[in-house]
Design a binder for this molecule. Structure first.
Ligand code: ZN
Length: 272
């Protein structure tokens, strides 16, 4: 196994563990419950023992049932763990975190910044789908952690231009969503505007292609989903759809594949 493969495998395992924590975050943050209390079965309140808390494997070993009351445990738990694992591994594999840094210390700062953004993305997607809200308590620390770690990367030798670009990306996406919010207050929430700045920050650091692809992909993905719902008559024209998950799906499309997609598009349109 090459060091790169080992790094991707370790990132996947780390993501599984973080995903397990994000399950807790997504259930407890909307109701204001403590993140530090020990886990228990949501149906019978039986405490979850450590061996029952191993990501994915415990759910499989227990065949999706609580060990105490045998009531089903949602497949959402292992799916969130797997998704986070795949996202963390994809970041280690596809994101140019090493190319953007002159040394290992700066590279680790960049990797941590995007892992934090990935964890926030998973939690915000779940909470927005459940409650149509994007809690400030997750979005706002994302700015502090992102700006802090990326500034630290610059102090350790990374390109200051990337940090300026991140600031411009944040301002542009925040501004675009603020205009949409002002133009049609029902279609967007203030939470979407604050999330847009966070998305712009992390895409801006990676480059303009990531910003453009990430922003456009959000509207394409969200639009297709909305059209699909209308076609299936599951939603009326006035139904408010949670847009956060689509902004986040677009963001990761832009972050992980933005440069490749932009080159492909410019290629087939004959612009380069
Ligand atoms: Zn139970």
């Amino acid at each position: 196994m090459t060091p790169e493969m080992a790094m991707i495998a370790l990132s996947f395992l780390f993501g599984l563990v973080i995903g397990s924590f994000l399950n807790v975050v997504s259930h407890r943050v909307p109701v204001g419950a403590s993140l530090l209390d020990p886990s228990h079965c949501p149906r019978c309140e039986a405490p979850i023992r450590p061996w029952q808390n191993i990501p994915v494997l415990s759910w499989l070993a227990l065949r999706g049932k609580c060990a105490a009351c045998r009531q089903p445990i949602s497949v959402r738990y292992p799916l969130v763990e797997l998704t986070t694992g795949v996202l963390f591994a994809s970041i280690a594999w596809l994101l140019p975190w090493q190319q953007l840094a002159p040394n290992t210390a700066a590279a680790i700062c960049i990797l941590l910044a995007y892992w934090w953004f990935a964890g926030s993305s998973v939690a915000l997607t779940l909470i927005d789908l459940d409650t149509k809200r994007l809690p400030d308590v997750i979005v706002l620390p994302g700015y502090a952690v992102g700006v802090g770690l990326l500034t630290l990367a610059c102090l350790l030798g990374a390109d200051w231009w990337a940090l300026l670009r991140a600031g411009i990306g944040a301002a542009v996406l925040f501004g675009v969503y603020a205009l949409l919010w002002l133009a049609r207050p029902g279609a967007m929430g203030a939470g979407d505007v604050k999330l847009a700045g966070l998305v712009g920050l992390h895409l801006g650091w990676l480059g303009w292609a990531a910003v453009a692809v990430g922003a456009i992909a959000a509207f394409i993905l969200g639009g297709l989903y909305g059209v699909g719902l209308l076609a299936a008559r599951r939603a009326g024209r006035k139904t408010a759809l949670a847009f956060g998950p689509w902004m986040i799906a677009g963001a990761w499309t832009g972050a992980l594949a933005g440069t490749a997609i932009a080159q492909f598009y410019l290629g087939i349109s004959g612009l380069v």
